[in-house]
Design a protein around this ligand. Structure first.
Ligand code: BJ8
Length: 430
């Protein structure tokens, strides 16, 4: 941290002692997992800095934004359109948590067999450890999986700030109609909260900004197709995780700078691994910050993660918003259509996701797919069956992993991932 933020954390209402412990554990984990990597691009310095200040400078910025009258909107899902939040001059922050924190407290509210992501967002709040949640004026939930849907009721009891968008389960005509009306209802809610009108001009501005962020992330993703990959999967995952917290304009500029450097690396044949070493696509449940567990295991075993078929990955930025709208109504139509291109396993059927796995394996030259589902994440655990089927049809080895945020299964995971990578290497030699 660049300075002492104790006063700020105290005024936000954090549990200072527990918070100090959390920062120290996170700092150590970051040092071990990230800073020990060899041959990192210089452009990662910025992202290292963001992480070192994730509860410092960024929180100070958000406090400043609130003092200037802006509202802070917390979200948990990529179906919630950031463009609308920015169109009312709001600050949009992803609230998903990726560490096992406050689980005992969380389990007083939800069953033990609840996915780690849900337990973590409850746990962080209950333990007084999340400055972002404390600073929100509105927390937006959505009717995706059953776990989240019910957890939002509890989270509203605890915070009194939850607003839920009703997402359909199917993408037919009725579902589309309903979702469009939900986007409109959300726009109305934001106007009422902020007192700012959502105008065509504001929507044009915010769409340009969010599309630019998506383009930068698309660019980063495309560069990972090179062999050797110019950036580790861990670093690329971090950039994706930071995209949910950072100021969008600054984030886009820094990601594009990083991509400029990666282009140079590719031209000179530089990368993070030996040419021809195993390359893996990870597909499944999102990995919220600081969930680096699987990437660390895969890359610690000598392979490179070249893509994330995930919401903290391509599902978040694959489709741009059609920003050729001529009215606010048309913009709402386009926002609704764009979000419905997201291929979450909460939908049925969800064939787009299978096509996207195929497309990513090919484009990124992945030699294998590791399907990652958080334990008790029924939608992704179930969909692993179809993901395997599609990997089989294209002849790509598939490993199915179910895990949580704890470190208890590290040994077992290392063994399974190691055996899988050996198999990929043997295939490459044959
Ligand atoms: S669009 S993936 S961000 S819902 S891991 S809480 S699904 S039981 S996070 Fe998600 Fe939106 Fe879908 Fe993406 Fe439930 Fe699974 Fe837990 Fe999950």
């Amino acid at each position: 941290m660049s300075k002492d933020y104790t006063q700020m954390w105290s005024s936000i209402g954090l549990n200072l002692k527990a918070h100090e412990g959390l920062l120290s554990v996170l700092g150590d984990a970051y040092k071990n997992i990230y800073l020990s990597q060899k041959n990192r691009p210089r452009g990662m310095d910025y992202f290292d800095f963001v992480i070192s200040e994730v509860h410092g400078l960024r929180i100070e910025e958000i406090v400043g934004a609130k003092e200037s009258g802006k509202k802070v909107i917390g979200t948990f899902c990529v179906y919630v359109p950031e463009e609308l939040v920015l169109a009312v001059d709001g600050v949009c922050i992803g609230l998903c948590a990726g560490a096992e924190v406050g689980s005992d407290e969380a389990e007083k509210y939800v069953p033990r067999n609840t996915c780690a992501l849900i337990k973590a967002f409850l746990g962080f709040k209950l333990a007084g450890l999340c400055p972002y949640v404390e600073l929100t004026d509105l927390i937006v939930g959505e009717t995706t999986c059953d776990g989240k849907k019910k957890a939002y009721e509890i989270f509203d009891d605890i915070t009194g700030k939850v607003y839920v968008m009703e997402l359909p389960n199917m993408k037919g005509e009725n579902g589309r109609k309903m979702w469009r009306s939900e986007i409109k209802r959300f726009a109305d809610r934001l106007e009422a909260l902020t007192g700012n009108e959502i105008t065509l001009e504001k929507l044009r501005e915010s769409s340009k900004l969010v599309n630019a962020k998506r383009k930068a992330l698309q660019r980063l993703s495309a560069l990972r197709a090179a062999d050797p990959a110019p950036i580790s999967g861990l670093d690329a995952l971090l950039v994706n995780q930071v995209s949910f917290y950072d100021d969008p304009v600054r984030f886009t500029a820094k990601t594009n700078e990083l991509c400029d450097e990666l282009e140079e690396r590719i031209k000179s044949g530089a990368g993070v691994a030996e040419r021809g070493s195993p390359r893996v696509l990870i597909s499944g449940s999102p990995m919220a910050i600081p969930n680096w567990k699987l990437h660390a295991i895969v890359e610690g075993s000598g392979a490179t993660v070249v893509g994330e078929e995930s919401c903290v990955g391509e599902r978040n930025f694959r489709t741009l918003l059609d920003d050729g709208f001529l009215s606010v109504e048309q913009a709402i139509d386009n926002l609704s259509e764009r979000t419905l291109t997201v291929d979450c396993a909460c939908f049925t059927p969800n064939t787009e996701r299978l096509d996207n796995i195929k497309e990513m394996v090919t484009r990124l030259n992945a030699g294998g797919v590791i399907h990652y589902a958080l334990q008790f994440c029924t939608p992704y655990m179930m969909e692993a069956y179809k993901a395997k089927k599609v990997s089989d049809t294209i002849g790509v080895p598939f490993l199915r992993i179910e895990t949580d945020y704890s470190m208890e299964d590290m040994g077992q995971l290392k063994t399974r991932v190691g055996a899988f990578l050996e198999m990929l290497q043997a295939r490459a030699r044959a």
